[in-house]
Design a protein around this ligand. Structure first.
Ligand code: DP6
Length: 330
């Protein structure tokens, strides 16, 4: 048996679209910040007496779709370990499910680490990242802490994430303006398949290396103005692809746009804050950690914002000892 915890992450340069959907080989590289304070904790126990995998998520049985996705990830681990036994998987997250955070990133990072350890495998972090990628693309980044880059790679063996700055020497925060708690109508997995139907996707993919370079340099030089410019451009490009796919994906709510406009006005007035949105209407506002409290207070005053969550840089996915207080989540 093994228990692992992992954090979600927010992409500063987005993963959208795959070259190979089955292997989750992305169309472009991406860069993220791992979000501390928010966790998924997962316990895996292989048991030869089980006839099927038993999966519980957030203290309820997994839905058939969730069960199938977890079981096929366990199959990859069983294949690597030469193991036939089924497993009991218990997983829970401490951030609101309706928060629009990609819980699949923390979930598959924690599952990968717990399942490989429970199966007796001792994989290096690049191997863990590769394997986590197969469960959910963004999960390959949650194996690491701080600023992380998922390099495109050429194939299954070479597509994994690695730390850009795991200590996150630049203390940034993600202040999340929650404008809707309802589940998104089209999830990321389906969205990645639709990306290729947009006439804008080739242009977005072709220009990704220059945004990755600008983002890397902004992080290295702690240059907020440069970061803000490239993060918002990359977000707009991904949403332009989403909005021009067939069928189109419109993730923004009226309040999303209100927050985006407010953030641009604050920045124009000299405050270091910028935004990015994933496949949902909630707005991630990135700012120096020292100003996160002030940004959160302002966001609460924007009409349509129902809740504000703040996260600063978090560490890598980790195995937990049996007396870790985070086990109480399960
Ligand atoms: C918009 O990693 O959630 O959040 O591989 O199908 O699980 P799957 O997709 P997922 O896609 C993330 C999309 C995004 C951008 C990002 O996190 O890079």
């Amino acid at each position: 048996m093994a228990v692992a915890a992992a954090h979600p992450n927010i992409a500063l340069i987005k993963y959208w679209g795959n070259r190979d959907h089955a292997l989750r080989l992305p169309s472009n590289g991406s860069i993220s910040l791992t979000l501390g304070g928010l966790h998924t904790v997962t316990r895996v126990r292989f048991d030869a007496r089980l006839a099927v995998d038993v999966v519980r998520i957030d203290r309820r049985p997994a839905t058939p779709a969730e069960h199938a996705r977890v079981a096929s990830h366990l199959d990859l681990v069983r294949g690597l370990a030469g193991l036939a036994a089924r497993a009991e998987v218990t997983s829970a997250s401490d951030f609101p499910v309706g928060a629009g955070l990609a819980s699949s990133a923390s979930a598959f990072a924690a599952l990968t680490l717990a399942a490989t350890a429970a199966a007796g495998l001792d994989l290096g972090r690049a191997e863990l990242s590769r394997l986590a990628r197969r469960g959910s693309g963004s999960a390959c980044r949650s194996i690491f802490g701080g600023f992380v880059e998922w390099r495109l790679g050429d194939d299954d063996a070479s597509s994994f994430a690695e730390p850009l700055d795991e200590s996150a020497a630049w203390p940034l925060a993600d202040v999340i303006a929650i404008v809707s708690q309802s589940a998104k109508p089209v999830g990321s997995t389906e969205g990645h398949r639709l990306a290729e139907s947009s006439p804008l996707q080739p242009a977005r993919v072709a220009s990704a290396p220059s945004r990755l370079a600008a983002c890397r340099q902004a992080i290295l030089e702690q240059d907020f103005a440069r970061l803000a410019e490239v993060v918002e451009l990359d977000c707009h490009l991904m949403h332009a692809v989403m909005q021009t796919s067939s069928p189109p994906l419109l993730y923004w709510a009226p309040a999303s746009l209100a927050v985006m406009q407010a953030v641009r006005a604050w920045r124009a007035a000299g405050d270091p804050v910028c935004y990015t949105l994933d496949a949902g209407p909630n707005v991630h506002c990135v700012c120096p950690a020292s100003t996160a409290g002030a940004v959160a207070a302002r966001l609460r005053d924007v009409a349509g914002v129902v809740e504000v969550l703040t996260a600063s840089a978090g560490g890598p996915a980790a195995l937990l000892s049996p007396d870790d207080p985070r086990l109480a989540l399960l």
